[in-house]
Design a protein around this ligand. Structure first.
Ligand code: APR
Length: 254
């Protein structure tokens, strides 16, 4: 492990434009469950129930969605950024970071100090809710107070339209600007570091390969093997917080 951490440290030291790409695994040490580890979200809930088409076409699906959303909002709201998020914010302070591309919706990179304009949220954010008809925006906190008060399926109080968190559901189109920018930046970086993603969901999982094909070095830090380990220059199977803390410590002490 130490040898691999030294390799990653050297790669960062010799890079000017580092991209960090994160998935749910970077937030599990903050108390937010990931999706595909044992006990993850998709073992508790059936992803089929959370397709966008179902959500907009049936009141019953919306009720099920909001029940899950209400349950997961508490750990999300109380979560604190962990050592991995803080290490990424440190890389920005060192002038090494081109951007963070995240599949996460928990806003923890921003709360750890990463500049919002340097965080590309491919799957949207859970901190706000929009009306799908008139686009009126609400804070997720406000909608949580409605749910706690007993509202089963929140509706827009301006036009009666369907409310949905600003996250990207299966079957919903990806945010075009963010997706475009992620691929563009991946093609122009010199080091691409994946932290805490199984790399199975497209098109996000293709971004690391785009960087590799354009000539960047690829590092994968993940507890389990990922779908793209064979394409990486360095792979570490370990904890995001522990590995990134050691990498930052090495960078600062030499
Ligand atoms: N340190 C390192 N890796 C970790 C840690 C940790 N503390 N905790 C979990 N992991 C790893 C797991 O081994 C797993 O391979 O993080 C990975 C998380 O993978 P997923 O649960 O599939 O999450 P992610 O890759 O972000 O999923 C992508 O799928 O359901 C959709 O929209 C959702 O954004 C999500 C997308």
């Amino acid at each position: 492990m130490e040898e691999l951490i030294r390799k990653i440290t050297d790669l960062i030291r010799n890079s000017q434009k580092v991209i960090v790409f994160t998935g749910a695994g970077v937030s599990t040490e903050s108390g937010i469950p990931d999706f595909r580890s044992p006990g993850g979200v998709w073992q508790k809930y059936n992803p089929e129930d959370f397709y966008y088409q179902k959500f907009i076409s049936s009141e019953e699906s919306r009720e099920k969605y909001w029940q899950m959303s209400r349950e997961f909002y508490e750990p999300l709201k109380n979560a604190q950024p962990n050592a991995a998020h803080q290490a990424v914010a440190e890389l920005e302070k060192m002038g090494k970071l081109d951007c963070v591309i995240t599949q996460n919706i928990d806003n923890l990179h921003q709360r750890a100090g990463s500049s919002p304009q340097k965080v590309i949220e491919l799957h949207g954010t859970a901190v706000s809710v929009s009306c799908l008809a008139c686009r009126k925006k609400y804070t997720r906190e406000e909608i949580q107070s409605w749910l706690v008060r007993g509202v089963k399926v929140p509706q827009c109080d301006a036009c009666g339209g369907i409310l949905k968190p600003d996250t990207v559901s299966f079957g919903q189109s990806m945010p075009a600007r963010e997706t475009e920018e992620a691929f563009h930046r991946a093609r122009n970086c010199d080091l691409f570091i994946v932290i805490g993603s199984s790399l199975v969901v497209q098109p996000a999982a293709s971004v690391p390969l785009e960087a590799k094909e354009a000539g960047a070095k690829l590092v994968i830090i993940n507890r389990e093997p990922t779908y793209h380990d064979s394409h990486a220059d360095v792979v570490i199977h370990g904890s995001a917080g522990e590995v990134m803390s050691k990498v930052l410590k090495n960078l600062k002490t030499s």
